[in-house]
Design a protein around this ligand. Structure first.
Ligand SMILES: Cc1ncc(COP(=O)(O)O)c(C=O)c1O
Length: 330
């Protein structure tokens, strides 16, 4: 059996259905810059999946590009974006947001997430500071789903964040580079229609979920950005052969392929990878000799917590593996 690697989502080309669609449409002649029938069709399918017919949908090539282009278009000159300190834009985008003149304002994370209470506290303190005119104004809030820790927001947590944003009249932007895995996780109550209601902008990551490249940006309410096409162009992000993006999303949103691919990846990880990892972790945590060594080094630590954490993980993984075994897998 060949080795499975879980290092990143960029190890393979794309779903065979997409290659087939490229090949089938290769010699057709269509207008450039995303004004083709495949992009139109993909947009309609995404709007239907989001249950949001009034949405505005755009296709970009990659995640960093999507984050910097969307944020540059929703922020005003000199405004910053609030993110938790572990947010992708805060640590792993080489200053792409700052390149366009927008500071990333960080708040400590909780399990990789940004909490509504912490955002509210930041905004209250900001406007209570008599010298706030001298500080970068917060003009948007950024989260990713799943987070950098692999944790997921709940619908309620997103609603609470959105309420705080609405109170301060700033948009909530959700980075969905890995969104498929979040949507495919059993038990989650965050769906595309929920995202269309609880955010002002989000994107559906294709590059990490079956596409060769591509992210579908969704603005649930049309008027939130001005001249987005031109902003895309200014960012060097406008793909001349835009239909290559349209064809991919049209394929991913036909017969639920996007979710099937994400479900399959989640299944591989949970069933084939996490269970062995769990047993290694149980061994490390529970082996009497290892416990003894750790205990003698930290006598204030009780034995019980060493057992508690693996048991909690076991219950969680068994439930997940069971859900996935019963799920229809691609
Ligand atoms: C949450 C998130 N956002 C954005 C990105 C950046 O994507 P790209 O590598 O396409 O620029 C990544 C990549 O790992 C990511 O995980």
């Amino acid at each position: 059996m060949s080795m499975k690697y879980f290092d990143s989502d960029y190890l393979e080309g794309c779903a065979p259905e997409i290659l087939e669609a490229f090949s089938k449409t290769n010699f057709e002649q269509t207008p450039g810059y995303g004004k083709d029938k495949y992009s139109d069709s993909a947009k309609e399918k995404i709007k239907a999946a989001c249950e949001c017919p009034e949405a505005d949908v755009w296709f970009l090539v990659g995640g960093t590009q999507a984050n910097s282009t969307v944020l540059d278009s929703i922020l005003k000159v000199g405004e910053g974006v609030i993110s938790c300190d572990t947010g992708h834009i805060a640590g792993h985008e080489a200053g792409a947001i700052e390149t366009f003149g927008h500071k990333v304002i960080t708040i400590p994370h909780k399990n990789g997430k940004l909490s509504a209470a912490d955002v509210k506290k930041y905004l209250v303190n900001f406007y209570n500071d008599s010298s706030y005119d001298h500080i970068v104004p917060p003009g948007a809030v950024y989260v990713s789903h799943p987070t950098e820790y692999g944790t997921l927001y709940t619908k309620k947590e997103l609603e609470d964040l959105h309420t705080v944003c609405q109170e301060y009249d700033i948009p909530l932007f959700l980075d969905g580079a890995r969104l498929g895995y979040g949507l495919a996780t059993p038990g989650t109550d965050v769906t595309l229609p929920v995202l269309a209601k609880t955010t002002d902008a989000f994107y559906i990551g294709g590059t990490k979920v079956g596409a060769m490249f591509g992210e579908a940006v969704v603005f649930p309410k049309k008027d939130i950005v001005n001249r987005f096409f031109t902003t895309i162009k200014r960012h060097g992000a406008l793909l001349a052969k835009g239909r290559m993006l349209g064809i991919q999303f049209d394929t991913l949103f036909t017969n639920d392929l996007y979710l099937k691919l994400a479900k399959n990846a989640t299944y591989e990880l949970a069933v084939r990878f996490s269970l062995p990892a769990f047993f290694i972790s149980v061994f490390i945590h529970c082996h009497p000799l290892i416990q003894y060594i750790i205990y003698s080094m930290h006598s204030e630590i009780q034995f019980f917590p060493f057992l508690y954490e693996p048991l909690r993980i076991l219950l969680c993984l068994l439930r997940k593996a069971d859900d996935l075994r019963n799920a229809e897998v691609y």
